[in-house]
Design a protein around this ligand. Structure first.
Ligand SMILES: [Zn+2]
Length: 412
């Protein structure tokens, strides 16, 4: 047998983002799925077998560099967000010390055990991106830019130097994560507009409408986030409160059309979420939602507007886990109306069709002929034969990831 050829037999598999197929063999050659065999007749001896086969999970929002902050941050309800910001700012002065890199190793291991094959990683420290690049995981690199660290234009031009259009080996794509409307001031916004006009393909993603305090800051110039800025003598992003939802503010500032993805989006604006239909994306981080004990995420309303909803972990500074299987479980438990297929698609097909991934040309997030062979194999004690049993299998704590493949290679 061709050593580059693998045949994975699955009792059940989620095919092409829409069909739960039973008793199916997936043929892999040179890292790509080349055939799907629907019956067990005429099968080569499978090289692997599993109870359930899913596309590799895509973590659509993470900051790997904050892994060392696990267990060191204040948690609680939404009102403690400014305290969380103060804590992270003061802990970052220490910088993680000797645990900085080992913590990232542990985090990457947890990701892979939880079925992750691709990570959209926001970073300030380029070394954390290097750490991710030497793993077998696929990655999208989003460099964070904030006006809070000195001169806006030099910060942006430095980021762009590193975010050039030609992607380095091991990266699917590069782009910018202007952190949030409250950390990007007027000069930085002007510099961003100029850069985006010059670079029609530059990816951008923002943390947006994460807390009620952020919305209040923009709508009325009051509230806990506003007080946090004033208390800590942090430069404000505006001279006068714009009296608009942060999304409307971005629109007025000429940055909305180029916003490819938003992280959190817990408080959608009056215009709703239709802006984030594919190939844009809304990234919900259920671990962070639980960490802060936030009010329910408006999943139903956002989906009803046609938004392309994906899941992410955010960082271990505001989530107890970087496992995407755990993110599926948290989401499924919070939203009983989501089907098994919808839950899988939120970590596979949906992020794959966002510009963050799709702009690379890589065919990820699907089990179909021609797709990259990024796969998660599960062992599960009971039969999976339809979407309800798929949902049960995902949420059951007895189901286990038994193997993970990237480009047809075992990474677990
Ligand atoms: Zn984040």
């Amino acid at each position: 047998m061709n050593p580059a050829r693998r045949v994975i037999h699955a009792k059940a598999a989620w095919i092409d983002g829409e069909e739960l197929a039973r008793d199916i063999a997936v043929v892999i050659e040179s890292g790509v799925i080349t055939d799907l065999i629907r019956t067990s007749d005429h099968l080569d001896s499978p090289t692997e077998s599993c109870d359930l086969l899913l596309p590799g999970f895509i973590n659509a929002h993470c900051h790997l560099e904050y892994s060392w902050l696990k267990g060191r941050m204040p948690r609680g309800d939404n009102h403690s967000f400014p305290q969380w910001l103060e804590a992270i700012n003061s802990l970052k002065v220490d910088g993680g010390g000797e645990d900085y890199f080992p913590a990232m190793d542990r985090a990457l291991e947890e990701m892979i055990i939880g079925g992750t094959t691709c990570v959209v990683n926001s970073y300030v420290d380029a070394e954390s991106m290097e750490k991710l690049r030497v793993t077998p995981l696929r990655a999208v690199a989003l460099e964070e830019v904030l006006h809070l660290r000195g001169d806006a234009e030099s910060a942006l031009s430095g980021a762009l130097g590193r975010s050039d259009e030609d992607t380095a080996e091991g990266l699917l794509a590069r782009g910018l994560n202007p952190h949030a409307p409250y950390t990007v001031n007027g000069p930085m916004r002007a510099a961003l507009r100029a850069v985006l006009a010059q670079r029609p393909n530059l990816l951008t993603a923002w943390h947006l409408a994460e807390t009620a305090g952020e919305v209040e800051m923009f709508e009325s110039g009051t509230g806990e986030l506003m007080e946090f800025f004033q208390r800590n003598h942090i430069p404000l992003p505006f001279d006068q409160a714009p009296r608009a939802h942060p999304a409307d503010f971005m629109n007025h500032e000429g940055l909305w059309d180029r916003c490819d993805a938003v992280f959190h989006w817990n408080h959608p604006g009056p215009e709703g979420s239709s802006h984030f239909a594919a190939p844009r994306a809304v990234v919900h981080c259920p671990g962070t939602h639980a960490f802060f004990d936030r009010p329910p995420f408006p999943m139903k309303e956002i989906l009803a507007d046609g938004a392309n909803v994906c899941l992410g972990t955010d960082s271990l500074a505001s989530s107890d886990s970087l496992s995407m299987l755990e993110m599926i479980r948290l989401t499924g438990e919070s939203f009983p109306f989501l089907t098994g297929g919808e839950l899988v698609n939120m970590v596979t097909r949906n992020p794959a069709r966002s510009r963050l991934i799709a702009s690379s040309g890589a065919k990820l997030g699907t089990i179909s002929v021609g797709a990259e062979a990024d796969l998660v194999l599960f062992s599960h004690p009971t039969e999976v034969f339809d979407e309800p049993t798929l949902r049960q299998a995902l949420l059951a704590r007895v189901s286990q990831v038994s193997s993970v493949f990237v480009a047809g290679d075992h990474i677990l």
